[in-house]
Write a protein that binds this ligand. Structure first.
Ligand code: UDP
Length: 495
């Protein structure tokens, strides 16, 4: 890449919320931006930066202008357990308020370090959930651009749902149609994010602060591409006075196997080699990959149905099991039931902790993705061109499920009925039986009957996704426009 001094003078400051699935796409944005020659500053803490050091060091080694500013996370001062520096590591939902307080405490140190930076910050790309960056942007007189990791489809659905909520029009039970959408989308109140359920731990004051800060933003970057959801992009863009930049799929910033394997985890590459060998041993499009994301957990009774349903489908599978607190009942069941032993000899591979998801999904042996429908995972599945078996858990994941099943028509639902709120998994019984799991998998994996059309559509979308990030693709050009806009903003400021 030929260096361009004028571009290198632009410094994009990226401030992610400290949670694995919010940092991952920000690191991808950093790479995409730096590949265009601008300087990028990522604001993290040492523990949150550690899983990304391998990927970032490689990017820097290849000449990209990426810096990492490490702030000290005030866990103790905010009443959090030591080392608890990210949302996905909180022992329970009861600590969410402490986590947001700690996040607020980062402001001073961040501003002091940014003050000393050369080149001076040109704009901030901030996680929507970090409200103080609105003041920081004002102080530095630079634009604050938001990133919250959702699709335009979800943004539009949620906007219309909030209007319904304010008018008390959301029925407590039964399904209803979300108004004013290009497609007919039905949901129930029980499937909506926590903000629609006053019974769950209340952080309404924090939400209100975030929403107020949102109105002070310059624009929004979205991990999506125009062609995937054009009508929703247009709708959302109209509401944001045109300042919406669709620059995804962000996961496609990782195009060598090492970057794919170490995305979000600096794990040894050797392990990934044996995984690749295992995948190589299966015919193309024959393996089901099952992973429920970084945040959500399911109770053991539900895990049993998932595991047995996968096994009974008869397809080879990879099942990702979270590591850490609260997982003991699941591990107990696995060993007592002999699930791992029995399947190891046959066709099942269990991965504990963090799976190299993008590497796995890009392998030709993968034929279906059983996903919790987090937007990162959804778009990674779309980019890999695989049809999906949808198992939403929380946040806006039921909306993403509707998008996959009813708008894109590239997936089949296992039939979850309600959100399992973060930290309240123990209260829930199994919502989905093993028979339902098996049925959904068979429908998606069947290459002759029902699954044939959705597989074809998924493949076409996957090809489209790869084209949009190549030069002259829509996301590629949009990123160029964003950089141009920031450059002009800077020029006008110094004029
Ligand atoms: N991920 C991964 N390995 C895992 C679990 C998750 O690489 O074992 C990545 C996944 O590729 C995605 C992110 O973590 O980029 C999860 O984000 P998503 O929005 O799908 O769901 P969340 O974790 O926020 O529920």
């Amino acid at each position: 890449m030929a260096s361009n001094p004028a571009l290198a003078k632009l410094n994009f400051v990226l401030i992610p919320l400290l949670s694995a699935s919010r940092i991952i796409p920000m690191v991808d944005i950093a790479k995409f931006l730096a590949q265009r020659g601008v300087t990028v500053t990522l604001v993290l803490t040492p523990l949150n930066a550690a899983p990304f050091t391998a990927v970032i060091d490689r990017a820097i080694g290849s000449g990209l202008l990426i810096r990492v500013l490490e702030l000290q996370f005030p866990a103790k001062e905010a009443g959090l357990p030591e080392g608890c520096e990210s949302l996905n590591l909180l022992p329970s939902m009861a600590f969410v308020r402490n986590f947001y307080n700690a996040t607020d405490m980062l402001q001073n140190e961040a501003e002091n370090l940014l003050e000393e930076m050369k080149p001076k910050p040109s704009c901030i790309i901030s996680d929507t959930l970090i409200a103080w960056t609105a003041d920081t942007a004002d102080k530095f007189q630079i634009p604050r651009i938001l990133f919250d990791g959702m699709s335009c489809f979800s943004q539009v659905c949620l906007h219309n749902l909030y209007i319904m909520k304010d008018q008390n029009k959301i029925p407590d039970s039964g399904s209803f149609v979300i108004p004013d959408l290009p497609d007919r989308i039905e949901v129930t109140k029980a499937q909506l994010p926590a903000a629609f359920h006053p019974g769950t731990i209340s952080i309404q004051d924090i939400r209100d602060k975030i929403r107020a800060a949102e109105t002070r933003s310059y624009g929004v970057v979205i991990n999506t591409f125009e062609e995937l959801e054009q009508r929703y992009v247009d709708n959302f863009r109209k509401r944001k006075d045109g300042r919406v930049w669709c620059i995804g799929p962000l996961s496609l910033s990782n195009n060598d196997d090492q970057d794919k394997a170490q995305r979000g985890n600096k794990a040894s590459f050797h392990k990934e080699e044996s995984l690749t060998k295992w995948l190589d041993s299966w015919p193309s499009e024959s393996v089901v990959y099952a992973c429920l994301g970084s945040l959500g957990r399911i109770p053991v009774v539900q895990f049993v149905e998932l595991a047995l349903g996968l096994e009974a489908s008869g397809y080879p599978f990879i099942l990702v099991i979270k590591a850490g607190e609260g997982q003991e009942p699941i591990e107990d069941w696995i060993s007592k039931n002999g699930f791992e032993e029995r399947n190891k000899r046959k066709r099942g591979l269990l991965i504990r902790g963090w799976a190299p998801q993008v590497l796995i999904l890009s392998h030709p042996a993968i034929g279906g993705f059983l996903t919790h429908c987090g937007w990162n995972s959804t778009l990674e599945g779309i980019s890999a061109g695989v049809p999906m078996i949808t198992w939403p858990l929380l946040s806006e994941q039921f909306l993403n499920e509707r998008f996959i099943v009813h708008v894109l028509k590239t997936g089949v639902s296992v039939g979850c009925q309600e959100v399992v709120h973060f930290g309240e998994e123990g209260k829930f019984e199994a919502q989905v039986s093993k028979e339902e799991v098996t049925k959904a998998i068979k429908t998606v994996m069947d290459k002759e009957k029902e699954g044939k059309e959705s597989r074809k559509r998924a493949r076409e979308l996957g090809e489209m996704a790869k084209r949009v990030v190549e030069s002259a693709g829509s996301s590629y050009l949009t990123l160029e426009l964003l950089i141009k806009e920031i450059k002009e903003f800077q020029l006008n400021k110094s004029a």
